[in-house]
Design a protein around this ligand. Sequence first.
Ligand code: ZN
Length: 177
Amino acid sequence: MRHPRQRWLRHTARSGQRARARTDGHSWGTEPASVLMNASVWRELWRTVGSRPAETGGILLGPRGKSVITEYYFDAQSNCSAATYSPDHGTINGLFAERWTPRGLELKGAVHSHPSHCPRLSREDLEYVARILGVNPRLDRFFAPVILAGRFWMRPFLVHREGLRVDEVVLRIRDDD
Ligand SMILES: [Zn+2]
């Protein structure tokens, strides 16, 4: 994934909201590591990225300060090739400004698909996550699941700021509110 501009990625919690998040007992760092996702997002992932050739993708959103993914945006206009997924920065920037930030949503991660013989995050993927973390100093972790195109298989990777450590976590699906 190549990203000349990451403005759209600067949409994480502000300091006060972050402070609340650290005391509510729902940190993504609890053991066993898991990520919570709304069922509607899960279904939409498979209807879009999961049912198309690699590499397509989208971004994952949730309420500021809460470790749950409640919204998903399929990046239908992304610049796709056999080797890369590049978000459509212009559209995504506009959506943050006009739709998501006013509703209290922030960036939680990005999902993309790989050919089925590439079940791990690539070096380019990790460089991309590092850039996101670089422009979002308050984001400690970034959820970067990889869907293996055509195999209905997802690997739920969580990338930690500390050392860019990658964990494969438990993805828990919950009913929508
Ligand atoms: Zn990749």
